[in-house]
Write a protein that binds this ligand. Sequence first.
Ligand code: GDP
Length: 204
Amino acid sequence: MDIHSATYVISSPDHTKCPAPDRPEYAFIGRSNVGKSSLINMLSRNERLAKISRTPGKTQLINHFNIDNSWYMVDLPGYGFAKVSQAQRKKWEKMIEDYLRRRDNLVHVFVLIDSRHSPQKLDLEFVDRLGEWQIPFSLVFTKADKENQRTVSANVKAFLTKMREKWQFLPQHFVTSAEKKMGRDQILDLIGSMNEETREEEDV
Ligand code: GDP
């Protein structure tokens, strides 16, 4: 699958204000600075797409992008901001939980993990939460060009090994680099096949 057009639609303060749930939707989330904007731009082949939603004050919003008039790519506000107050964090948690659990057309979540680091508590806690809520997701290890391949592989393996402590099945994972345009086809192919499945279910 490829992307031919990608346009910014709207930034919403909560799931009730999001666009009508009339097509499959895929959300991207991760710690701030993980490389989420760069990945979204890389996937859409539009270097400015995620920037539009990055104006100050818009960081706590749910950003929708219309992809080829057939599905939505969603940029969710990141977690792990050092300078965020307790109240703001609570607000973020509620907004994210409500969105993830109530958005009817959400098909799959891509959780971004910085491939330069060993497993981080915040990321592990977040995937555990998705498990509790039974939300389908995969892992996207970002910035793979920044370290040598051996380090990246070791970090990926360490994360999956940590997950094994609690999880019986491991999620699918991708190793990506926005810089080197790596991992694009794999992620888009997964989205393409999930779009097909969604369409088939609708036709039944
Ligand atoms: P966000 O806060 O998660 O949206 O992160 P950004 O996409 O803004 O990326 C944070 C920083 O990491 C920026 O300086 C990017 O240029 C850099 N970055 C993101 N992805 C990559 C990548 O694949 N390779 C390299 N070398 N740098 C990256």
